[in-house]
Design a protein around this ligand. Structure first.
Ligand code: F6R
Length: 613
């Protein structure tokens, strides 16, 4: 998804800060990048390709200015070309705009502007914005009012940031797309050269789609809400409504370290994040579980007592939602998981249902839209998210944080495990589960069990054996069904190979026709209960069709007899086994993609935070 960074108050450092910020936003996925710096004039550099391509362009141009904006673009209108890269300019090249989102009425605006004589250089929806600002300036508005007036004409979703020639301020606004202000008013945080100069310390401000873009400079943030407008310059910042009305904002402090967004010696963020899982899980449990009492305390969430639960989510988070729906059902609460993008067309929630949005980023447009629909229909909403201050956390009636720490790799790994852990806590807190003590002790063992997998996994050998297969199947039952879905999603998104996850019992109803000696089947089977026995039966069906079988198992059933390879998992509580088995599948996906030389942290066509519907 597009990423925005803006900086005011750092003068000669502006360009470096913008480019560094863009590199921190790379994880969101992008296909072109650019910057605009405003001082006495306006300097813009942009290009299709990666940040390194932008650096090469900048090396020849060295633009300078006291304020600036930068952007990584993920194409929605028009292909990834130099012309379509942001920032976009007005006819006079005095106004530069970067934008994340989709302007729904852009065609009408563009037609009107073209008729009035404006010349467009790109295919983007964004380009209407600088031309609208140009018109407002021509009508005599001052820069701030011109930007407000232009943004007021937009329909759709946007985070917009604007700089203008000869103006030492940034203007920005948001509607349905994330935007956060970073505040650096602390002289100690300023550069050594600046302090050595003896100049009065001035404030610096950053505007970004996400905190990692400026986390190296400050931990003080203000999360902007829809309909808000911000002006920032070296002399301070001001947040108002788009019409200029007063807004009370509170500052937050980000509680994670900039170090947490580095690779710490791992080849890829994804591998680092897979290895961070034991710590992330411990963080999720910290202070919430009383093992002696066999209780989970989630403060006011413990009083929710829902009569029915709908979970809405996308992608990996949807798989966590499918898992959680089963937990709630087992505890006697009617529960259902919905793909967020389909929710509006599904059964309406009963008035007293609790609608739970599961989203690591907290900014996924489909999930936000499903939750808004739920609220419109009168439901209470709860966000289960990784991102403090995210739109979902602010819009829902309640929020529960999974505390996984920043996840940079586009493929979700540690956040999936932490979502499962958090949803287990939620289930324990709001339902009466007979075996609560047993579940809690299983959860306590989870970080150690994951560590054991990380220390002993033979997933790399499996990846080596099957790296050239054309198609992969994943099967599981009950709580292992979402693991099969997730195993397949992880493999397909980072290896670009075909992979499907199935409920084990469904194979014989159609997909079995595709199974041949060339189709590795990963079967997740733990324990030796009836479900395990039935899954072993399904394994026999594929084995009889010569399919190579990889059993992800604790060895309790006799699945190993029918498997060509085994990925071992420790003997754990059945709720926890799903997470542990999934870690093996994360490693299979990672090593396969690595051997195939794929772009693991930024798979083609994908974005970390999907802020369009
Ligand atoms: C897959 C992946 C995506 C996300 C999905 C929802 O590895 O990361 O499928 O899970 O886009 O994202 P969030 O959880 O941010 O709502």
């Amino acid at each position: 998804m597009c990423g925005i960074i803006g900086c005011a108050g750092r003068d000669s450092e502006t360009l470096d800060i913008l480019v560094h910020g863009l590199s921190k936003l790379e994880y969101r996925g992008y296909d072109s990048a650019g910057v605009a710096l405003a001082g006495d004039g306006l300097d813009v550099c942009k290009t299709a390709g990666e940040i390194d391509d932008l650096r090469a362009v900048l090396a020849e141009r060295s633009p300078a200015g006291s304020v600036g904006v930068g952007h990584t673009r993920w194409s929605t209108h028009g292909p990834p070309t130099d012309e379509n890269a942001h920032p976009h300019l007005d006819c006079n090249r005095d106004v530069a705009v970067v934008h994340n989102g989709i302007i729904e009425n852009y065609q009408q605006l563009r037609d009107d502007l073209s008729t009035a004589g404006h010349e467009f250089r790109s295919d983007t929806d964004t380009e209407v914005v600088p031309h609208l600002i140009e018109d407002a300036l021509a009508d005599g508005a001052d820069p701030e009012d011109a930007v407000r007036a232009a943004i007021g004409r937009l329909e759709g979703s946007y985070a917009v940031s604007v700089v203008l020639s000869g103006v030492d301020r940034i203007f920005a606004a948001r509607n349905d797309s994330p935007l956060v202000l970073g505040i650096d008013e602390d002289s100690e945080a300023r550069s050594a050269s600046e302090q050595a100069s003896g100049d009065e310390p001035r404030a610096a401000y950053y505007l970004a789609s996400d905190v990692p873009a400026f986390r190296d400079h400050t931990d003080r943030v203000v999360y902007l809400a829809d309909g808000e407008f911000v002006v920032a310059g070296a002399d301070g910042y001001r947040v108002t409504t788009l019409d200029g009305g007063p807004v009370e904002k509170t500052e937050d402090t980000v509680d994670w370290d900039p170090e947490e967004t580095g690779k710490s010696g791992y080849d890829h963020y994804m591998l680092k994040e897979i290895h961070e899982q034991p710590r992330a899980l411990r963080q999720c449990f910290r202070g919430r579980v009383d093992e002696l009492a066999g209780q989970v305390d989630l403060a006011d969430l413990s009083d929710l007592s829902p009569r029915g639960i709908h979970l809405v989510a996308c992608g990996t988070s949807y798989h966590a939602a499918v898992y959680a729906a089963r937990l709630f059902q087992q505890a006697g609460i009617p529960a259902q998981a919905f793909l967020a993008s389909e929710y509006a067309t599904s059964t309406p929630p009963i008035g007293d249902a609790l609608v739970v949005g599961v989203t690591q980023s907290g900014e996924t447009a489909d999930t936000l839209s499903a939750l808004r629909e739920a609220r419109r229909r009168g439901a209470r909403t709860l966000a289960v998210t990784n991102t403090v201050g995210s739109t979902v956390a602010r819009e829902c009636d309640h929020a529960m944080y999974i505390r996984a720490g920043p996840e940079i790799g586009v493929a979700a790994t540690k956040t999936f495990s932490s979502q499962i852990a958090a949803l287990n806590l939620l289930a324990l807190a709001i339902t009466s589960v007979g075996d609560a003590r047993e579940v809690i002790s299983g959860l306590r063992d989870l970080p150690g069990a994951v560590q054991e997998i990380l220390d002993t996994s033979t997933a790399r050998e499996i990846a080596e054996t099957y790296r050239d297969a054309e198609s992969y199947f994943f099967i599981g039952r009950g709580l292992h069904y979402p693991v099969a879905l997730e195993g397949a999603l992880k493999l397909k998104e980072i290896t670009y190979k075909h992979a499907e996850g199935f409920a084990a019992g469904e194979l014989k109803h159609g997909p079995l026709a595709l199974v041949t000696g060339e189709t590795p089947v990963f079967a997740v089977v733990t324990g030796d209960d009836e479900q395990a026995t039935k899954t072993v039966g399904n394994v026999k069906e594929v084995e009889a069709r010569d399919a190579p079988v990889v059993a992800v198992t604790d060895g309790a059933s006799d699945v190993e007899r029918y498997a060509d390879h085994v990925l071992e998992v420790p003997d754990t509580h059945r709720r926890v086994a799903a997470v542990v088995a999934n870690v093996q599948l994360q490693l299979v996906a990672y090593h396969t993609a690595d051997m195939l030389g794929r772009s693991i942290d930024k798979p083609r066509n994908l974005a970390k935070s999907v802020t369009v519907e």
